[in-house]
Design a protein around this ligand. Structure first.
Ligand SMILES: NC(=O)c1ccc[n+]([C@@H]2O[C@H](COP(=O)([O-])OP(=O)(O)OC[C@H]3O[C@@H](n4cnc5c(N)ncnc54)[C@H](O)[C@@H]3O)[C@@H](O)[C@H]2O)c1
Length: 442
C-alpha cells in the first residue's frame, strides 16, 4: 500500500476523514513513527496563532503518544511565527515532529485560511477576538480542534461560536477548549463529589483572579494603529474582551461547572484605579461581579490587576453541609464548617492539565472516537464573563438573554494594517474608557 493510501486508511478508521479533511492533501511523510507501524498514522496539525500559548499547545500535541506532525503555521506577524518555529524545533526530538517548510508558514490576517486545509487537527491560539471566525472556518473544513479560551470578546462572537459548535457536533468533530481545569484530575474529582452532594446544595461562593497584570509593548514611531492594537491585544476589547474575560473566565467557568448552569443575571462594579495611562488601552484594572443563578445562588467574582498587592487565583464554594476553599491547591479538601475533612485530594502526582487536554484529544482522534464537544459550554462561560464586563462597564443589572442578544459588535469593519479599529486614542493618546452610569453595553 502506498504511504498516502495507508494514511487514508488510518484517517478513515480514526474518523479523521470527515468533512473536508483531505480536500487539500500534503505529500505524505516517508516514515511512520512508532504508534502504528503498519499504516502511516500521522496526524497532521496546523498551529494558528504562534505566541506563547500556541507554541506550548503545539508542544503538548507533539508530546502525546500519537504520531503527530506539525505541518503548517499561521500568524499575523512574521516575527512571532519565526520565534515559535525556533522554539518548536529547538529540541531534536520535537524537531522530528515539525515539518514546516517556508511555503507552509503563512503570515497576515488571512493566514489561517491557508493553514487550516493542510491539517487534520488545528490549534487555534490567537487573541480571542479572532476565535469565532477561525473556529467557523475550521468547522467548515471538517477539522478536529484544540482552541484556547476565551472563545469570543462580544455577544455576536459568542453567537457565531454557538452556531459553529452545533455544526461541529453534527460533523462529530472533537473540540477541546483550553479551560484546563476541566481536564485537571483534582477539579474533576472534587466537583464530581460536590455534584454527588458531599457538601450539600451549593448556596454561595467566591471566584478570584487577583494578580499583578500582564505585559505591555511600547508604541513605535510610525506604527499603524492596527499594528499597535494587535501587538497590545490585551488592552483592547475587540481582541481581548478585558481581563475578566481573558483570564477570569477560568474561575467563572468553575463556578458554572459547580452550579451546573449559567447565571441568569449579574451586577457589578469596576474601573481603572492603578493602570490608568495611555499604555493600557481601554480595559479596566478591576471588576467585582455578583453572578446570580436561577436557584437564587449568588457567586461573587473578583478580578484585578494591581502590581505589588495580594494575589489569589482560585475558587471557594459554600454548601449546606460544608465548604471547599482553595480549589487550585494541590491538596484541596471538602470540609465541614467545623473544619473536619469530608474528602481531600492530593494532586502531587498528577500530570499537567495542559498535557492531559492533548493526551485525551489525540487519543480520541486516533481511535476514531467522538468524545469532546467543549465549544458550547465554553461559549456560554465566555458569555458569562462578557456579561460581567457589561455590568461593570454600564453599572446596570444585566440579564443573560439581553446580554447574549446584544448587537454591539466590537470587531473592526475592515481588517488590514492600515484600517482603523473602532476604538481610537484622543490627541493625548488616551483611549475612551467605560463610565458606569453612562456607557451602554447591551
Ligand atoms: N489556558 C491557559 O491557561 C492560557 C494561558 C495563556 C494564554 N491563553 C490563551 O491563549 C490565547 C493566546 O494567548 P498568548 O498568551 O499565546 O498570546 P500571544 O500574544 O503570546 O500569542 C498570540 C499570537 O497570535 C497571533 N495573532 C494575532 N492575531 C492573529 C490572527 N488574526 N491570525 C493569526 N495569528 C494571529 C499573534 O501575533 C501572536 O503570535 C489567548 O486566547 C489566551 O487567552 C490561555
Amino acid at each position: 500500500m502506498s504511504n498516502e493510501s495507508n494514511r487514508r486508511e488510518f484517517l478513515k478508521q480514526s474518523g479523521l476523514l470527515t468533512g473536508g479533511a483531505l480536500l487539500t492533501s500534503l505529500p505524505s511523510f516517508s516514515a511512520s513513527y512508532g504508534y502504528n507501524q503498519s499504516v502511516d498514522d500521522t496526524i497532521k496539525v496546523a498551529l494558528i496563532g504562534c505566541g506563547g500559548r500556541g507554541t506550548g499547545a503545539a508542544m503538548q500535541a507533539m508530546n502525546t503518544k500519537q504520531n503527530i506532525k506539525v505541518v503548517a503555521m499561521a500568524d499575523a506577524f512574521r516575527d512571532r511565527l519565526d520565534e515559535s518555529y525556533t522554539s518548536l524545533t529547538k529540541h531534536p526530538q520535537a524537531a522530528q515532529k515539525v515539518d514546516i517548510p517556508d511555503d507552509r508558514k503563512f503570515v497576515g490576517f488571512d493566514a489561517y485560511k491557508q493553514a487550516i486545509p493542510l491539517a487534520d487537527v488545528v490549534i487555534l491560539a490567537t487573541p480571542p477576538g479572532f476565535r469565532p471566525s477561525h473556529f467557523e472556518e475550521a468547522v467548515k473544513q471538517g477539522k478536529h480542534i484544540f482552541m484556547e479560551k476565551p472563545v469570543a470578546t462580544d455577544a455576536p462572537g459568542v453567537r457565531r461560536v454557538l452556531a459553529a459548535a452545533e455544526e461541529a457536533k453534527k460533523k462529530k468533530l472533537n473540540v477541546v477548549v483550553g479551560l484546563q481545569r476541566r481536564y485537571q484530575p483534582s477539579y474533576r474529582e472534587m466537583i464530581k463529589r460536590i455534584h454527588d452532594g458531599a457538601i450539600g446544595d451549593i448556596v454561595g461562593g467566591q471566584v478570584y483572579w487577583i494578580s499583578g497584570g500582564v505585559w505591555q509593548k511600547p508604541r513605535k514611531p510610525d506604527q499603524s494603529e492596527m499594528d499597535y492594537q494587535m501587538r497590545n491585544w490585551y488592552y483592547f476589547n475587540w481582541l481581548c474582551g478585558d481581563h475578566i474575560n481573558e483570564q477570569h473566565v477560568h474561575n467563572i467557568d468553575v463556578a458554572n461547572w459547580v452550579k451546573n448552569s449559567y447565571p441568569v443575571s449579574c451586577q457589578g462594579t469596576g474601573g481603572r484605579q492603578v493602570r490608568t495611562g495611555k499604555d493600557y488601552g481601554e480595559i479596566f484594572d478591576h471588576h467585582i461581579v455578583d453572578f446570580v443563578y436561577a436557584d437564587g445562588t449568588t457567586i461573587n467574582s473578583q478580578c484585578r490587576h494591581y502590581e505589588g498587592t495580594y494575589s489569589r487565583v482560585d475558587e471557594m464554594f459554600l454548601g449546606t453541609k460544608g465548604k471547599v476553599e482553595g480549589m487550585e491547591k494541590r491538596n484541596s479538601a471538602l470540609m465541614t464548617y467545623k473544619g473536619q475533612p469530608i474528602y481531600s485530594y492530593d494532586a502531587k502526582a498528577d500530570a499537567s492539565p495542559y498535557q492531559i487536554e492533548h493526551n485525551e484529544l489525540f487519543a480520541a482522534i486516533a481511535k476514531g472516537d467522538y468524545k469532546f464537544a467543549d465549544a458550547e459550554r465554553v461559549a456560554k462561560s465566555t458569555m458569562t464573563a462578557i456579561m460581567g464586563r457589561m455590568a461593570t462597564y454600564s453599572g446596570k443589572m444585566v440579564k443573560w438573554e439581553e446580554a447574549l442578544n446584544s448587537q454591539i459588535d466590537l470587531f473592526p469593519d475592515k481588517l488590514a494594517w492600515d484600517a482603523m479599529p473602532k476604538v481610537l486614542p484622543n490627541a493625548d493618546g488616551l483611549y475612551p474608557v467605560a463610565v458606569p452610569g453612562k456607557t451602554v453595553t447591551v
